[in-house]
Design a binder for this molecule. Structure first.
Ligand SMILES: [Ca+2]
Length: 115
């Protein structure tokens, strides 16, 4: 069980990681980089699935980008987070680390302690 709030925080962090030039949007080049990283991380475990999910990612991005050339694509953090929250597979694909708990608030789970 993950809380939506913290997933959003983590995805924001993921977005920042991919926004290489830190201009607040992910552009075509940065998408390519993201795809490469995802491929490197996952392709050897599951090449077919990885290729399929990447196709899906590209399709979703094109949809987001209606009317614009794919080369001019720009994704805001809001769109990025929205997209990944709607698609768990994509989310796992582009998160280059086992998303760790964000350190802002320590969430205590009183009854999840001992068994
Ligand atoms: Ca950027």
């Amino acid at each position: 069980m993950t809380s939506t709030g913290s997933v959003r925080e983590k995805l924001k962090y993921v977005f920042r990681t991919y926004d290489h030039d830190k201009d607040g949007v992910i552009n075509r080049k940065e998408i390519d980089r993201m795809v490469k990283i995802a491929m490197r991380l996952h392709a050897k475990d599951d090449p077919e699935n990885t290729a399929r999910i990447i196709e899906e990612l590209k399709r979703s991005l094109e949809q987001l980008n209606q009317g614009k050339d794919f080369d001019d694509i720009q994704i805001t953090s809001k769109e990025f987070i929205q997209l990944l929250m709607e698609n768990k597979e994509l989310c796992e694909l582009v998160s280059p680390f086992n998303i760790e708990p964000v350190r802002d608030t320590v969430v205590r789970q009183p009854h999840a302690q001992t068994k």
